[in-house]
Design a binder for this molecule. Structure first.
Ligand code: ADP
Length: 246
C-alpha cells in the first residue's frame, strides 16, 4: 500500500542539466512536511512535477491507494484530484470582499465578473464562514481583500485553496515578509490544515521550520540529501557542508 503521494526515482533534465536526480519522496494524510535546500536544489521543479507542470524524464509519481499514475494526467486533472498549490505571492481579488473571494474559490470560479451575478445560498455561506474560522479571518469577511495586511492576504489565499478541498497542499515560503505575530498564526494554520490533509511547505527560514516542528526533507542537487527532524538534519555533516558551501 502506498502513501497519499508517492514519488519514486524521478529525474528531469533541462538542456542536459539534471535539475531532479533520482528523487523519491512520500507523504500521507495528516502529515506536515518542510522541504528545505539551498537555491537551485530543485524545490520548485519538484513541486512543478507533482502538480503536472513539468513532466519528468523517468520515475513514477503516484497518488492514493491503489496508486494512480499522475504522469498520465494533465495539470488541471491533477488539481481536480485534490492537489492545491500556493505560490509565494498572494493572488487574491483585491477589489472583492474576503467573503466573495472565498465564495469564488468555493465555486471553483476565479472570475470575479461571473461571481457578481452569483447568488450564494445558505450552504455556501456556512462553508465560507467555516473557512474564515479556519484561516482566522471571520472578523474580516465584509472587508475588501485589498485592505488586508500581507499576512491576512496569504491566509485568505490558503483559505481559497482549502475551499477546493485539497488532500495535498503545496505551499511556497508562506511566512516570507510576515510579522512575528503573523508567522505564529501561519504556523497554527498550517498545522491545523495538516490534521486532515497532507501539507508540504517549501521554506528557507529555519526559524519558521523550527516552529512548524515537523519532519524535514533536505534537497540538494535534485535529490534528497537528508530526512528527519530539524535537529537531526541540521546536525547531519552532509547538510552542514552543503549549507556552508563546502
Ligand atoms: P530551487 O527552487 O530549489 O531554488 P529549482 O527547482 O528552481 O530550485 O531549480 C533547480 C535547478 O534547475 C536550478 O539549477 C535551475 O537553474 C534549473 N532549472 C529549473 N527550471 C529550469 C528550466 N525551465 N530550464 C533550465 N533550467 C532550469
Amino acid at each position: 500500500m502506498g502513501a497519499l503521494l508517492e514519488v519514486s526515482g524521478v529525474s528531469v533534465s533541462f538542456d542536459g542539466f539534471k535539475a531532479i536526480n533520482n528523487l523519491s519522496f512520500s507523504i500521507d494524510t495528516g502529515e506536515l512536511r518542510a522541504v528545505i535546500g539551498p537555491n537551485g536544489a530543485g524545490k520548485t521543479t519538484f513541486m512543478d512535477i507533482v502538480t503536472g507542470k513539468t513532466r519528468p524524464d523517468s520515475g513514477k509519481v503516484e497518488w492514493g491507494r491503489p496508486g494512480r499514475d499522475l504522469l498520465r494526467l494533465s495539470e488541471s486533472q491533477i488539481a481536480r484530484l485534490g492537489i492545491g498549490r500556493k505560490f509565494q505571492r498572494p493572488t487574491v481579488f483585491v477589489t472583492q470582499t474576503v467573503q466573495d473571494n472565498l465564495l469564488m474559490a468555493l465555486k471553483k470560479d476565479r472570475d470575479p465578473l461571473s461571481a457578481l451575478f452569483y447568488r450564494a445560498d445558505a450552504v455556501d455561506l456556512g462553508k465560507v464562514e467555516e473557512l474564515a474560522v479556519e484561516i482566522g479571518l471571520q472578523e474580516h469577511l465584509p472587508r475588501l481583500a485589498g485592505e488586508l495586511s500581507h499576512g491576512q492576504k496569504q491566509w485568505l489565499e490558503i483559505g481559497m485553496l482549502l475551499a477546493q478541498d485539497p488532500q495535498l497542499l503545496l505551499v511556497d515560503e508562506p511566512a516570507a515578509g510576515m510579522t512575528p505575530a503573523e508567522r505564529e498564526h501561519t504556523t497554527d494554520l498550517l498545522k491545523r490544515a495538516a490534521q486532515t490533509r497532507a501539507v508540504v511547505v517549501v521554506e528557507h527560514d529555519m526559524e519558521f521550520v523550527r516552529r512548524l516542528g515537523c519532519k524535514v526533507t533536505v534537497l540538494h542537487e535534485g535529490a534528497v540529501l537528508a530526512e528527519g527532524s530539524l535537529d537531526a538534519v541540521t546536525s547531519n555533516q552532509d547538510v552542514i557542508d552543503v549549507y556552508l558551501g563546502r
